[in-house]
Ligand binder design. Structure first.
Ligand code: UDX
Length: 471
């Protein structure tokens, strides 16, 4: 492998922490900075602050050695060749990303610079942020030849972030200088040469020595757009299939068959065609809004993005209406809710459709017993337990005597349900599945009323003329 690079990663959230341990994993010397002292202490003591597959393993392997943790930004900057900024860029009131954390960090970097450094934007930022960073550096009196600014967006999906970092579809480096691009190539060399994949303890994934990671060098502006355009495109795919699912329901077609048929077209591809409650999480909603804001600012008509957002919101309302139609009245009903996280395999509840639906159920007078394998602790902050809202220790505890069971997050354990036991546990065998985790025929065989997304609703033979009521 090429000579290790000394790297500083500022921010130990999902992006920063994953990047820091992965850079250590590919042989670099990393210092990860966070201003939150409690978090730094947790990390120093071997704690794992977020739920992410392989993170505990990599922290145990490199913590205190290849990657160290500190609150001292100045010292970390001084000892590093490359400085990755991975602080939060939350959505501001206008839809634009709030870059105040980025700006604060850049001012601090400016005060500590002691030789040539490459400053890398890793946070999701709008186009021209690299220009703005340069301006802040200039205003703080830093000479232009002491640094370069590079945009190196990440495309990680929560839950599989570590494997994706080490086995990426692509690495985008937006650099307007050869010197900076050279350092970035050196940092990613173990992945682009494939040498990492030959190491005895390397994490397995899609890349290999024969098929290593691809690195594309672009201008900084293009890299910044690639990130937002990619996420907006993924959101559009999801909204598209959700709109088709609504149409499918009206003609008794099956969205799963439709997605499979469409996905076989290599120009379309099978991923991100899963119909459901719509997209959520920390990235897609925020990035669609930020991209739309950018288009407006630039005077470009991009109303398509408006529609993508509208369909996504509507999808949650439609689901809520299905619950109402299945239960007739909601006041006084007991509903079991499986899932709180915005998707399976994560404890993240930011912009989670599940949380929104539970809130609406409570407002409508229903009581809810919720269960999620990982996100319950976080959910307590947004939805504190009360007389109307209980948190259960498992699926069957949640389902006990409930009038209906809702599936709100695509956790594997919700797909692997023991249906016979579930039927015995529920008060009424009604399942409303917002993630299409079950097969309608199988649910019918077990005697359930089963309502899902974009597929004909299933009613057991003696349920009366329920179809007429399901509007
Ligand atoms: C996303 C992007 O995939 C990633 O490239 C980017 O860096 C960050 O944002 P993430 O937020 O972790 O990653 O989740 P992702 O797996 O993309 O799912 C986003 C949302 O879309 C989830 O709520 C998920 O349930 C939903 N989704 C995804 C669908 O409804 N249907 C699909 O087919 C795929």
């Amino acid at each position: 492998m090429s000579k290790p690079v000394s790297i500083c990663v500022i921010g130990s959230g999902y992006v920063g922490l994953v990047a820091a341990v992965c850079f250590a994993e590919i042989g670099h010397q990393v210092v990860c900075v966070d201003k939150n002292e409690a978090k730094v202490k947790t990390l120093r003591d071997g704690g794992v602050p977020i739920f992410e597959r392989h993170l505990p393993e990599l922290l145990a392997r490199h913590g205190g050695r290849g990657v160290t943790f500190t609150t001292d930004l100045a010292a970390a900057v001084e000892q590093s060749e490359a400085i990755f900024i991975a602080v939060g860029t939350p959505q501001g009131d206008t839809g634009a990303a709030d870059l105040s954390h980025v700006e604060a960090v850049v001012s601090q970097i400016a005060r500590s610079i002691n030789g040539y450094k490459v400053i890398v934007e890793k946070s999701t930022v709008p186009v021209h942020t690299s220009e703005r960073i340069r301006r802040v550096m200039h205003l703080n009196g830093v000479a232009a030849e002491s640094y370069d600014v590079v945009s190196n967006p990440e495309f990680l999906r929560e839950g599989t972030a570590i494997v994706q970092f080490l086995h990426p579809d692509r690495i985008i480096v937006g650099a307007n200088s050869n010197r900076a691009a050279g350092l970035m190539r050196r940092i990613y060399e173990p992945l682009t040469s494939g040498s990492y994949y030959e190491l005895p303890n390397s994490l397995p994934g899609a890349c290999s020595l024969q098929c290593p990671a691809k690195l594309l060098v672009t201008s900084a502006q293009s890299a910044e757009i690639i990130k937002h355009a990619s996420n907006a495109f993924l959101a559009m795919k999801i909204s598209f299939i959700n709109a088709v699912s609504n149409l499918a329901e009206t003609v008794d077609a099956n969205i799963e068959e439709i997605s499979a048929g469409m996905g076989l077209d290599t120009r379309i591809g099978p991923s991100f065609l899963r119909a459901g409650l719509g997209y959520g999480g920390s990235c897609l909603p925020k990035d669609v809004a930020a991209f739309q804001w950018l288009a407006e600012q630039q005077g470009v008509n991009f109303q398509l993005l408006d529609e993508v957002r509208r369909i996504n919101e509507h999808q949650k309302e439609l689901f809520f209406n299905k619950v109402r139609a299945a239960l007739w009245t909601l006041r006084g009903k007991r509903v079991a809710a499986l899932g709180l996280a915005f998707k399976g395999d994560t404890d993240d509840i930011r912009d989670s459709a599940a949380i929104g639906i539970i809130k609406k159920l409570l407002e409508a007078g229903a009581s809810v017993t919720a269960y999620d394998p990982a996100a319950m602790e976080r959910a307590h902050e947004l939805l504190p337990p009360s007389e109307k809202l209980r948190y259960a220790g498992g699926i069957f505890e949640a389902a006990q005597d409930a009038d209906a069971l809702l599936i709100l997050t695509d956790w594997k354990e919700f797909a692997d349900l023991d249906l016979e036991r579930l039927k015995q546990t529920l008060r009424f065998p009604i399942v409303i599945d917002g993630r299409n985790l079950h097969q309608p025929q199988q649910m019918l065989d077990h005697g359930f009323t089963y309502i899902s997304i974009g597929r004909p609703a299933i009613y057991p033979p003696h349920a009366g003329d329920a179809r007429k009521l399901a509007v």
